[in-house]
Design a protein around this ligand. Sequence first.
Ligand code: PEP
Ligand code: CO
Length: 430
Amino acid sequence: MSGAGFDGRYDDEAGLKVALNRLSTSPPLVTSWEIERLRGDLADAAAGRRLVLVAGDCAETFDDCRSASISARLKVLLRMSLVLVATTQRPVVRIGRLAGQYAKPRSEPTETRQGADGSAVTLPSYFGDLVNGAAFDADIRRPDPRRLVDGYHNAALTLNFVRSLLAGGFADLHAASAWDAKDLLGAVRVRYEGHQETVRRALAVGDALDGARRPDAALYTSHEGLHLGYEGALTREVPRRAGHWCLSTHFPWIGDRTRQLDGKHVAFFAACENPVAVKLGPKATGADVCALAARLDPSGSPGRLTFVTRLGSAAPGRLPELLDAGAGLAAGWLVDPMHGNTRAMPDGRKVRFVDDVVEEIAVTARAHRAAGTRLSGLHLEVAGEDVTECVGCGVVEADLRRAYGSACDPRLNPSQAVFVAEAFATAAQV
Ligand code: PEP
Ligand code: CO
């Protein structure tokens, strides 16, 4: 994994072979027809008929594969989508960073800490539960190929529970009263209840006009396509459809650290049929946008390619250049207002400020208006629980120690997430 820290090498080569063989003979996690439907939904979004919401953990952990955690994460995604529907009257394509967001790119391949005797100890960085464990221990930090199979199993269990909840109507806007506001704070809660009422009334009118029309109850999954061993083992040809399908997730993305034009990740996803997203950080240029589009979407097919800008609120510098380059392309555009806005606290802990997140959304929306391109949605890191990892909406810096549970980057809590969804609807003026 060039540029991402982990080089993909395992001490246990035989174990890696066994794991990859096991994955390549196991059933897929998602299907080609679901992926095709998503591609159509993303094409609609790029044309302004839908909004896209991608949200979930920075680093999902195997321990998160529990019913309470899964339903809480689903609920925060659904509540944000309710806000977007109520405020924009646009259907929302809901995509969870879920059921496979287990591999993390890191800037440094190793981490050094002080051992008990005061000497420096250097171990491999934590690359996500798919590769190694987070605890600072030589055995746990050693990349372990059995984790690939565990990751597949946890993704399958997570998806199985999500699919059952969906089948029971959990994601249907008609069930929105179940996505309660109990844990939301103060003014955010009052406004959220107002959005719930807006949707309830609109559905009552819609149902009265044309019978039992069900609004879109679908939900898709997405994760960074970082570990090409894992992705490759779950990429297949399928009956009656051409091409290769990455069946570990509906919507893989290529991270900012692995989007090199001549790199393995771009080559891999260029050869898959899935819709694919590419993150664009502060170093991306207009020439990169054109070249990535030529490589990943040579025929200009709507829904195939989505760019996700994450430049930071303080230095959106190159954004006009990126958008000008993209103006004539079929690609859709989302904003990830999280990854360019990570700061370090004095104790080394990572933090993000809701004000920076909202500012990046506003700056990005303005830049799209100036360039004549369309900002069609959001990509966020959010938690299902009331964590204190980002500052804003009632969380102050002194709170950060209280409930900091992220295995990697700071996530928005449900109140902050609902607040940011409102801010997006206002800024994007959709
Ligand atoms: C992420 O989305 O978790 C991530 C690492 O993003 P980026 O590649 O944009 O840094
Ligand atoms: Co992250």
